[in-house]
Design a protein around this ligand. Structure first.
Ligand code: FPP
Length: 252
């Protein structure tokens, strides 16, 4: 009996085509609490260390010439944490914006905030608006910080805008398409993320960029966010580069 010939092909034909570098990297920064707990420290110490990791990550994005970086810093659900932790996190945010904005601006970083900013104290809302205004002409790195952000709330808000536009006759329902919907999201004008990284070993999106994540590559790292640094960023980019993105199409 003749044996069935093995189906072989030169390795080069089987190797997936490397993806170009991601234009947009989004990160779910998770594990601050566990980092602090492992050291017998209060949770706020983990968040402070997390803010230092944010600095390192921005530097890494600049080094790798990633044009868009989006960080999930505070979810809609985070308001349900104990009052002390919410107040520590908002104080850290206030401190961060005040102390980092000049350096970010000098490095060509454009800041945007997505989420329900109206839920923060008036002085924080004012400093977020000021940071966006001060950096509006920068283009080296588009840094978006998601604050009081939830993907479902964002989709509902867009649906509400569409409903109003239909009611006023501005849009005919038959003309509504994905682009028209995306223009009403908090992320209007931003490219979709190519790569979403989540730290801490958890493997879920937790209401982050639900619409925008449709074709994102997902990378889950077993590192707690405060320990995240340039090497992890580079490792994620290398993993991304080895993936073949097909956007639902069959390979040629
Ligand atoms: C998730 O870890 C992290 C947060 C809810 C807050 C993220 C905040 C920062 C990284 C610092 C501040 C950032 C800026 C931009 C100023 P967790 O507390 O849920 O950790 P756990 O799952 O281990 O408890």
């Amino acid at each position: 009996m003749s044996s069935t010939p093995a189906i072989t092909a030169p390795t080069s034909d089987l190797a997936p085509a490397a993806s170009p570098p991601p234009a947009h990297v989004a990160i779910i920064m998770d594990g601050n609490g566990r980092w602090a707990q492992a050291r017998g420290l209060p949770r706020i110490a983990g968040h402070r260390a997390g803010a230092r990791a944010v600095r390192r990550t921005i530097e890494a994005a600049l080094t790798h010439k990633v044009g868009w970086l989006t960080l999930y810093a505070f979810s809609s659900e985070n308001w349900r944490r104990p009052r002390d932790e919410v107040s520590d996190l908002t104080a850290l945010l206030r401190h961060y914006i005040k102390n980092e904005i000049a350096e970010l601006a000098a490095n060509g970083v454009r800041l945007r905030f997505i989420g329900e900013a109206g839920r923060f104290a008036a002085d924080i809302q004012a400093s977020l608006a000021e940071a966006e205004r001060m950096t509006a002409t920068n283009a080296r790195l588009n840094l978006t910080i998601a604050l009081s952000y939830g993907g479902r709330a964002e989709i509902i808000a867009a649906a509400r805008l569409i409903a109003c536009a239909v009611a006023s006759g501005e849009i005919d329902p038959s003309e509504l398409d994905e682009a028209a919907f995306a223009r009403r999201l908090f992320t209007a004008g931003m490219p979709d993320p190519d790569l979403i990284i989540r730290t801490s070993g958890e493997r879920r999106l937790s209401n982050f960029l639900l619409w925008q994540a449709a074709y994102a590559e997902l990378i889950f790292l077993n590192v707690l966010w405060p320990d995240f640094g340039a090497a992890h960023f580079a490792e994620a980019l290398a993993d991304y580069a080895s993936r073949e993105r097909r956007f639902g199409a069959r390979p040629a």
